[in-house]
Design a protein around this ligand. Sequence first.
Ligand code: ADP
Ligand code: MG
Length: 682
Amino acid sequence: MDELLKDISEIKGVGPKAKRELNNRGFFRIRDLLHYFPIRYEIRKDIKPVSEFLPGEIGWVKGIVSKVKMSFTRYRRMAIVTVYFHDGKKYGKALFFNQKYLLRAFKKGGWVLFYGESKAPDEESIVFTMTPSKFEVFPHEPKESVVPVYGRVGSLTSKKIQRIIKSIFDSFKIEENIPEDVLRKYDFPSREKALHLIHFPELEKIPSLELSEVKRLIFEEFFFFQLSLAFFRKREKEREKKRKLKSFDVFGEIEKSENIKLTKSQKQAINEIIEDFKSKTPMKRLLQGDVGSGKTFVALTSALFMLKNGYQVAFMAPTEILASQHFSRICKMKAFSGIEKALLLGSSSASQKKKIYKNLESGKIKFVIGTHALFQEKVKYKNLAYVIVDEQHRFGVAQRTALSLKGENVDILVMTATPIPRSLYLTIYSDLKVSVLREFPFGEKRIKTFIVKEKDRKRLFDWIFEKTSSGKQGFIVYPLIEESEKMELKDLETAYETLKKAYPDLKIGILHGKMKPKEKEEIRKKFENKEIMLLITTSIIEVGIDIKDALFIVIEHPERYGLSQLHQMRGRVGRREEGYCFLIENRGIGEEAKKRIEIIKNVNDGFKIAEEDLKMRGSGDPLGKQQWGDIVFKIADPVRDIELLEIAKDEAYEILEKGRISDKIERYFNYLENLRKEVDFN
Ligand code: ADP
Ligand code: MG
């Protein structure tokens, strides 16, 4: 067996707690960790000794620890750990606030390396004082180096992850997984060599797109993706759908039930889907439409068609909040009143789950709405025929695979509000069909977007207060970055407290990913019932909220988002009347970010924005995680790396066609096939 397919608990340094945390985030096999790449590299150059690090400098400074002490501030008794360090000539002083545990991190006589800004000295013998933002201790004098920075995984810090990866390299064999002749043909280095460079870079060789090691890893990612697509496609062709479907006037039923008229685009999309239902090959269709274009009715109308024919339908949303929202909406729809429905979430109680499992297997439940929980191993369906995936952009390849393995020849509809250029999709999934909603049910959607200067913040908040007092709702969105989750959460809470103080009558609530599902649901309901008028929240988890009266959205740090994401977020408002989006300006941001913000301000059409997005890509950071619709790669970017994608596709097809499947690839397929048994999506 391939050593890298062993369980992560076999790695030295991964105990039960770490295992649990890793499992919770989708890491099961050693391989998963080995392919968890740094988000960036920290370059430690120009390291100065204490006596050369002048007040006012920002950078790296090294020295030997002479004393470590802890004191407390007079008020609130905040702990301060002070580290005195020297280079034999002069002393420096580093302060750490509220980090008591650091008292033990520094040893007298040991070396330290700090990064930060040096401030004026406060004692005679001391040349500077600093509060370092980065530090590391060394048994020997630190040298210039480059250090990988990993995104946090639960409580596992970048340093801890680095140690785990080191331990993998020390004790496991990294076998080659690409055929030798393919490697030779493109001059790619071995898997071990490539992975080693990514995880243990050298100053003279910092991973970048030009390096063959990086190219190889990108190729590898595309190669296996294409292989699995080709493999499943081949198998699908061997099987045919044998469903007998009768026709029903589902259009009329939905229109009557909801007292609406479906738009021409919606009708066309529904017809296309029903045509696919009737065809012999399983459907894989992408439904694209800007936020508010009415994708949900397309999904529900087509679902109704399948349900009326007696088949089961599963509707998967990316978050529990969205799933609950869809569920409560469906429960209110007359068209579905005679149909047995259920909501299945990861957080559902064990007894609830058991009951739903039973009723799905017996076929009593026809329409199930939920999250990834819908496709766990324990879930068995009687006659699942149609799977709808909403806002798929947060699902990865593994989930997609698990999903297609679930039912017998299921038809799959993937909905996305992030328009993906057709050419790109065709390159990646050559057999995917696309329906597009180009009209809006209420005519052109109107959102006014403003860039707000810091000095106008007060005016903006007064405006918000006025609007929320007169029944309008809105959001303030803070970015959440994995690397420093805690700090960002603090931002969120501080904003909440500050606003509460400034506007005591403001009905304000807070919602973020760290909250328990129950708390989240409570907040969502309160917002829906207008007990909360202003919601302070984060971008990643809660974007899908659908509130008809939301009038405005304030986006803090807009420079941190991509174009599509910004567009997606502002689409949450202005459903009933003209909406407002406020982007808080930050000085000192890069040219690219400025350009993005300008585009968002001036362009309202999601498809145009997608094109702009595509144009602006290409140069990007090689390790930046790129997402296109449901295509989530770790290191590859199908736009930037289109050439590697093409060759990976050719090689994958050739291998499959010629039946040249080696043992290892065979094992990889077995691995994929077993995924549903292994992947615990919660
Ligand atoms: P999307 O998921 O594409 O962002 P939704 O399906 O949530 O959009 O639809 C946006 C809003 O428009 C919803 O409130 C929905 O009820 C409403 N809607 C959708 N289609 C129609 C229609 N044909 N007529 C009237 N209202 C519609
Ligand atoms: Mg939607």
